[in-house]
Design a protein. Structure first.
Length: 431
């Protein structure tokens, strides 16, 4: 007679575990079926469904900020994270067309720093569906229109409206830090940073400025057709601390001075290098481009120099762009005090970072031959009030104080600004 088989304790434990797993699986299957056929538990939050078809809901959730104007015109508002390549793909416009527009934009570089809120408008040929025009709306006073001139190239019109400038007085008391107090009265982060940088050699804001101190700012705001464009510049600043008063007045040369006519910033230097380098291509708004063989503006000066030549900042400022452009190559942009901006193109190496503060004469890069170039050189640009000027002839602040022949005009200007601050209350334009 065979012996009766009895499972061991280990086998019994395995059986119990398998039954538990099987039970759990059944429960999960039943739960899923219940959810599918009956909906989620009534105690859970539920979404109220609409009559909108599922396809429309998906399109609404994933659509880009584009607005068709007609069957051949549509607009695209730039959002954070957007880039031109993806925008052109979304518009079903060939990347070759994008490169043609970027080539036209080389002397302007407006498309290299698109910001949220900028608007691109694309106009296609109604028959060929080829892009004929692209408009960049930067703000109401500045637009750029890129238009086709032949099968393989575009040109642009840079439209800058002067608008009108209205002065505004902002005044406040120090509560916490100067930065917090300036933001609280309506100054932007950039304006506040510009003021602290302006007084960098005069005021230690963490030590010299205390709670209860006062300050006044005269700011000019630009309007087009009675509407603010978002553009502004600081005309004057007065800070009243318990120890001392500090003043800054913007003069006609674009530099800031105290009430005695002494410059608050160091003077500019004319050239962004040491020694002598030949001008290989001068500033010329009607230059024949050496590569494209078309008439196109050359908004800077080219200096012939071997690759690796040190390049220096021509004035104190803050690095606002460090880019590698398909046509301009590696380049740097520096925002200086007042209304000055400089650019350095076709570099081989960049030694500064975006947001870094630099001083006049500080090495920022090495010259090169990057981008679209016929040979090693440095392309240098100077912009005043947002417009490129001839850097070899433009009036720039070269002295540490107001020249004697200009001092009377400066005194008249400061007297007008001071009277304006003393006789006007805090006033917001457009409020």
């Amino acid at each position: 007679m065979n012996a009766i088989w009895k499972p061991t304790a280990l086998q019994l434990k395995k059986r119990r575990r398998n039954r538990q797993l099987l039970s759990l699986a059944v429960v999960l299957v039943l739960a899923c079926l219940s959810w599918v056929f009956l909906g989620s538990d009534s105690s859970s939050p539920r979404t109220v469904e609409s009559d909108q078809p599922l396809q429309e809901k998906v399109a609404t959730a994933t659509e880009q900020p584009s607005l068709p104007v007609s069957d051949h015109i549509f607009k695209r508002t730039i959002e954070q994270g957007d880039n031109l390549s993806a925008i052109f793909d979304d518009a079903k416009i060939n990347q070759t067309i994008l490169f043609q527009i970027l080539a036209a934009d080389e002397s302007l570089l407006a498309l290299d720093i698109l910001r949220p809120g900028n608007i691109l408008t694309f106009t296609l040929d109604q028959e060929t569906r080829q892009l004929e025009k692209m408009e960049l709306f930067i703000h109401p006073a500045h637009q750029v229109v890129y238009h086709r001139i032949d099968e393989n190239s575009f040109d642009y019109n840079d439209i800058v409206l002067p608008g009108t400038w209205e002065p505004q007085i902002l005044s406040g008391e120090i509560v916490g830090s100067f930065y917090q107090s300036a933001i609280a009265i309506g100054l932007s982060e950039q304006e506040t940073g510009n003021i602290t940088y302006l007084f960098k050699n005069k005021v230690n804001f963490s030590r010299d400025i205390r709670a209860g101190d006062h300050f006044q700012v005269v700011r000019s705001l630009q309007l087009v057709d009675g509407k603010l464009t978002g553009q502004s510049h600081i005309e004057a600043v007065r800070i009243f601390s318990r120890q001392q008063h500090y003043n800054a007045f913007l003069f006609e040369d674009g530099n800031y001075y105290d009430d005695r006519g002494e410059s608050l910033g160091r003077a500019f230097q004319r050239y962004p290098f040491k020694g002598h380098h030949r001008v290989s291509s001068p500033y010329n708004l009607a230059r024949l481009h050496p590569i494209t063989k078309r008439i196109s503006p050359h908004k800077g000066v080219d200096f012939a120099m071997s690759v690796g030549t040190p390049v220096y900042a021509t004035g104190d400022g803050i690095v606002t762009r460090v880019k590698n452009h398909r046509f301009a190559g590696k380049y740097i942009e520096i925002q200086h005090e007042g209304r000055y901006l400089t650019r350095y193109l076709h570099l081989s190496r960049i030694t500064v970072k975006r947001g870094q503060k630099v001083q006049r004469g500080e090495r920022i890069a090495l010259s090169g031959n990057t981008g679209r170039s016929t040979g090693p050189h440095l392309h240098y640009e100077l912009h005043v009030k947002g417009q490129a000027v001839n850097p070899l002839k433009a009036k720039i602040p070269m002295a540490a104080s107001i020249p004697k022949e200009k001092f009377e005009a400066f005194q008249q200007k400061t007297a007008e600004l001071t009277s304006f601050m003393e006789n006007n209350d805090f006033d917001l334009i457009g409020s």
